[in-house]
Design a protein around this ligand. Structure first.
Ligand code: URA
Length: 235
């Protein structure tokens, strides 16, 4: 059982103050009964809430695609820097929302955010083999020997061994890389072992889910049900 105002906030209806106003203005019903107390308790999976006559389809969790711009950190809180949560529109914010995996401050592209921990684990655990695909521009020339090196598992300068990765050369100085783990600065460190520095990095795909080309940098939207499952197929 949860408070009505809390449920409405969690569903993106508005801020706590806004939803309390709606309730006071007689705009909210539960199973057809007008409710005037924000603290009214109900089970949102059992009862039907309507706002201004419109039934709310209760969603337990939220799943968001963000086209991350450079310059924001993929943390939930930071004392001095803007985070990926700070740039989300208010209606997508929820308690417990966190980025699924990290991108460096200067890395752009596909980021998923959710308040569903099990879902995040399924995407991030290397054992689940969900590949994350990146586009990288390098400060020097690539060669086909590197494809083999990535395939065999790169040993980073600190001795850590990476799982086999796919390297696809796009042109002399740029490539696509696919990895299914998320070591700190992994792609940059992998290229460093090959004598190359990454000068631009963008994540373009997670499992079978591609970054939506219509979503501008800095924009976010909810994933469709199809997209949510696409992550785990055709990976
Ligand atoms: N690898 C990196 O080096 N940086 C990222 O942001 C993601 C993967």
């Amino acid at each position: 059982m949860e408070r009505l105002d809390k449920i409405l906030v969690s569903q993106g209806v508005g801020s706590r103050r806004e939803v309390q106003k709606l309730i006071k203005k007689k705009s909210v019903t539960v199973d057809g009964d007008l409710i005037l107390r924000p603290e009214f308790k109900l089970d949102p999976e059992e009862s039907e809430i309507a706002v201004n006559g419109q039934a709310l389809s209760f969603k337990k969790h939220i799943y968001i695609m963000l086209n991350k711009p450079a310059g924001v950190v993929s943390a939930t809180k930071d004392n001095s820097q803007k985070t990926v949560l700070d740039i989300l529109p208010e209606n997508l914010k929820r308690k417990g929302l966190a980025p699924v995996g990290r991108l460096d401050k200067d890395t752009e592209g596909l980021m998923i955010l959710s308040d569903d921990g099990d879902f995040a684990h399924k995407i991030l655990s290397p054992k689940k083999h969900i590949y994350k695909r990146y586009f990288a521009r390098l400060d020097g020339g690539l060669n086909t020997e590197m494809i083999e090196n990535f395939k065999n598992g790169i040993e980073l300068s600190d001795g850590e061994i990476c799982l086999p990765a796919k390297l696809e050369i796009a042109d002399k100085n740029s490539a696509y890389v696919e990895i299914c783990e998320g070591k700190f600065h992994q792609v940059k460190k992998m290229f460093l072992t090959q004598g190359l520095s990454v000068i631009y990095l963008e994540r373009v795909k997670i499992g079978g889910l591609e970054l939506d080309g219509n979503l501008h940098r800095g924009e976010a939207r909810e994933l469709t049900n199809y997209e949510k499952t696409a992550i785990f197929i055709g990976k």
